[in-house]
Design a protein around this ligand. Structure first.
Ligand code: AMP
Ligand code: ZN
Ligand code: FE
Ligand code: FE
Length: 289
């Protein structure tokens, strides 16, 4: 168990716990510092801060997760201490969420074409106003009995190479880093191994190149301690972070999604020094983030 978890999702994107329930769970599990990092949304932040006030003994880092498609995979960027009150940021996030809605409806159409008869209305109902993501579609498929677990939907239909996959709004990893920087956030690459097509030496070299390029654009850290990683992955990524001068971050990426073996909040996380390092680089005034 770690006292720090810098990667958590709520019902404001594709998590299944409200911010209040998530914060309560984290307090109960002994966490001291958590970051709320919903996809393309900071709508859950105020509720998280109120819940932290109510339950006490836990610090919330205001965060976000932006996703980008690249030629051979996806790169996700976390942004810590983002200025969630910025209108420019909120306008951008609304655009990304609208893109998610459009993309979601197109994936449902493709599924319907494959005789997977889930309804778009039901998917929207499951998302309940949060940023729509593939896990909401996967949930609708579980409910209708097409698959057993949400992850089966990714393996068979809506994973990157699946027959019902649709790409997201065009955004490059560098643009995502720049958007985060422009809005006071400290950009950190999420789950770097998930971003690699495979894990051979070539992939590691390529990851190093990408990280160096993104560092030029403002990247300050990378996830090393991640829910799904084994000790070897962590060792490799810790070395990479040290060599490149990036802060080793991480967390469970908890969604409460119903997949077997999902890491619980705090099951993994970075050392407190990483948060201290992030804090020392924090750009926006405390009143705004
Ligand atoms: P989206 O944001 O719509 O592209 O969906 C990405 C989200 O789907 C991730 O943040 C995870 O929550 C979830 N996800 C991605 N890959 C898988 C997988 N193989 N199995 C289960 N969930 C996944
Ligand atoms: Zn997610
Ligand atoms: Fe992610
Ligand atoms: Fe995530």
């Amino acid at each position: 168990m770690s006292e720090v978890d810098l990667h958590l999702h709520t019902t404001f994107s594709d998590g299944t716990l409200t911010p209040t329930k998530l914060v309560k769970l984290c307090v109960d599990r002994g966490l001291k510092i958590i970051a709320i990092t919903d996809h393309d949304s900071t709508e859950g932040i105020e509720e998280s801060l109120s819940a932290a006030d109510k339950y006490g003994k836990i610090n919330i880092i205001v965060g976000i997760e932006l996703s980008t498609d690249v030629v051979d995979g996806e790169i996700h960027l976390l942004g810590y201490y983002v200025d969630h009150r910025s209108h420019t940021l909120q306008n951008k996030l609304r655009k990304f969420r609208d893109g998610r809605t459009e993309r979601g409806s197109r994936m449902v159409e493709k599924l319907n074409g494959l005789s997977i008869n889930i309804s778009w209305d039901r998917v929207k109902e499951i998302a309940a106003g949060g940023a729509i993501g593939r896990p909401h579609i996967a949930q609708a498929m579980v409910e209708s009995g097409y698959i057993e677990y949400p992850r089966d939907a990714f393996d068979r239909y809506i994973g990157r190479n699946g027959p019902a996959y649709v790409e997201r709004i065009k955004l490059s990893p560098t643009e995502a880093v720049q958007t985060l920087c422009e809005n006071g956030a400290l950009p950190v690459m999420a789950h770097p191994i998930y971003s690699m097509a495979n894990t051979g030496p070539e992939a590691v070299k390529k990851l190093n190149r990408t990280l160096s390029e993104l560092k030029e654009a403002g990247l300050v850290g990378m996830e090393v301690y991640y829910g799904a990683y084994n000790p070897e992955d962590i060792k490799l990524l810790a070395t990479t972070a040290r060599k490149l001068g990036l802060i080793p971050c991480g967390g469970s990426d908890y969604h409460g999604s119903g997949n077997p073996d999902e890491p619980e909040p705090g099951s993994i996380g970075p050392p407190t020094e990483s948060v201290e390092h992030l804090l020392s680089l924090r750009k926006c005034p405390p009143s705004s983030c």
